[in-house]
Design a protein around this ligand. Structure first.
Ligand SMILES: [Zn+2]
Length: 116
């Protein structure tokens, strides 16, 4: 399962953060999923409950946010937020665009529980 290995990567990143900040646990993990990342938010959330078991993030809640793709136009230089089915530049209508966001999975925020 694709989502499970993604979650294991996320858990690795979260564990590393928690270690750096001497956190005793992780309360919340927020992930941004690009619409073109090929990741199903619900599958990711359920995979997370498997991946987190026995880690510092065992109690962590996962929040997913789907982000629209964004393209940079090579013709006019405009950045446009677009839909996955239409990657044309919104400013000039050109198709000479480059995807700058929307095909990745980003660890947006991690809430750590730290002893004070
Ligand atoms: Zn353009």
């Amino acid at each position: 399962m694709h989502e499970l290995s993604l979650c294991q990567d996320l858990i690795d990143q979260v564990t590393e953060l928690a270690r750096k900040h001497r956190a005793k646990s992780v309360a919340c993990v927020k992930v941004q999923i690009g619409q073109l990342a090929g990741v199903e938010p619900l599958l990711l959330e359920s995979a997370f409950t498997i991946a987190r078991a026995g880690t510092v993030a065992e109690q962590a809640e996962m929040i997913t946010e789907v982000v629209a793709p964004c393209v940079l136009c090579n013709t006019c230089g405009a950045e446009s937020e677009v839909t996955p089915s239409n990657l044309l530049c919104l400013a000039c209508g050109g198709n000479n665009t480059r995807l700058i966001r929307g095909d990745e999975l980003i660890l947006a925020r991690v809430e750590l529980v730290v002893d004070d």
